[in-house]
Design a protein around this ligand. Structure first.
Ligand code: ZN
Length: 377
């Protein structure tokens, strides 16, 4: 038994998984529950579709397909940009009748057999989440890299929330008793993979891989080598080296769900004056540095995650974000130490940002930064 996700659970699950999404006005009250007298849920899987068209949001949310198939036609719409749109929270007309044999396999998270109407049917709209990915379905129209990445993240977010395996992810072509062919078509690429054909086996394999990582994980991309491994620490040298030791003036509250930069207002040491007066940046370029940030957090639930990353600025413009380190909540206060190593160009500054991924506000009781900085000419 699994209750459908609430709107808050959708937001939390999608954000944690790194899905870019917007919420269509009224989505939390959109659904066919009242009209059919059938409440959506319990849910048993995620069903994937292609739109067989372009710009289909209006159709999916407001128009439907004639009197026989009123809207909404999906819970989510995924255009080529990869920015998901939440369309409906309630029952949606996407699945039609699912063959009993394929449905049972999804329920058991086993390999899905060819749908066989003779085994009976199940109303898939009762119990399956539905996503419509924008694609003409002609076998030539290409799913963009961003779109497929979101598709993997979206399906994984659902599975992670419900503690399902990738076996709960299916395609309409695997359940339909009317011979629906979707989703299908070429994909521009994913991770280090170049162009490939979308198959449900591949999508499930990609969901399985994501599920094996923390929700914050991103697949290594073709151009991502630098982002994946920070540069090696600079060789120690007496010349131009300076020591920085900064902290918080007092503890502060960190709300969940958005990146927040640490203001270092306590300054124990700043030999070369690398710490600007505004308190945000801890190093100014051109420089190399190596050091650590020790955090003490209170109120972070056991197992919940706070992400830490360095953020690079040119003036007030954010220029780069660096790889994420996770601090995991433990019983009592949570202590985490994060390595800080980087090289910074002229005119650049570096800050540290935290993302509280738990569902509640926590306290950042202390944040002690120590770094050795080498100036570069
Ligand atoms: Zn479909």
């Amino acid at each position: 038994m699994a209750d459908p996700m609430t709107s808050a659970q959708w937001r939390t699950a999608l954000r944690a998984e790194g899905v870019r999404f917007t919420e269509l006005e009224g989505w939390t009250s959109r659904g066919r529950d009242k009209a059919t007298g059938k409440r959506f849920g319990p849910v048993h899987g995620s069903l994937n579709h292609h739109t067989a068209g372009t710009n289909s949001l209006q159709l999916i949310a407001y128009q439907g397909q004639g009197a026989a198939v009123p809207p909404p036609l999906a819970h989510a719409y995924l255009p080529k940009t990869g920015a998901l749109v939440l369309v409906a929270l309630g029952r949606a007309n996407h699945a039609g009748l699912a063959a009993r044999n394929s449905f049972d396999a999804i329920l058991a998270e086993k390999p899905i057999p060819k749908p066989n109407k003779a085994t009976g049917t199940v109303d898939g709209n009762d119990c399956l989440y539905g996503i419509e990915a924008e694609n003409k379905g002609d076998g030539k129209d290409v799913y963009t890299r961003e779109q497929y990445d979101t598709l993997v993240r979206y399906n994984t977010a659902i599975c992670r929330h419900h503690k399902w395996t990738e076996g709960s992810v299916a395609g309409h072509l695997e359940t339909s008793v009317e011979g629906k062919p979707d989703p299908r078509g070429p994909v521009e690429g994913y991770g280090r993979r170049g162009r490939f054909m979308l198959t449900m086996a591949q999508l499930r394999a990609d969901v399985r891989e994501r599920l094996a990582h923390p929700a914050s994980w991103s697949p290594p991309g073709p151009d991502d080598d630098e982002e994946q491994s920070p540069p090696p620490p600079p060789a120690p040298s007496g010349d131009g080296s300076a020591y920085v030791n900064l902290g918080l003036g007092r503890s502060y509250r960190l709300a969940p769900g958005s990146w927040d930069e640490v203001e270092f207002t306590q300054e124990w040491n700043d030999e070369a004056g690398h710490h600007p007066a505004n308190g945000g940046a801890f190093v100014t370029g051109p420089a190399r540095f190596t050091g650590s940030l020790a955090l003490r957090l209170e109120g972070l639930p056991v197992g919940a995650v706070v992400q830490v990353r360095q953020v690079e600025y040119q003036g007030s413009t954010r220029k780069a974000t660096h790889p994420i380190t996770e601090v995991i909540g433990t019983a009592g206060a949570t202590f985490g130490t994060v390595a800080l190593v980087n090289r910074l160009g002229a005119g650049r500054t570096m800050r540290v940002a935290l993302l509280n991924q738990s569902g509640q506000a926590i306290d950042v009781v202390s944040a002690v930064l120590k770094a050795q900085v080498w100036e570069e000419g």
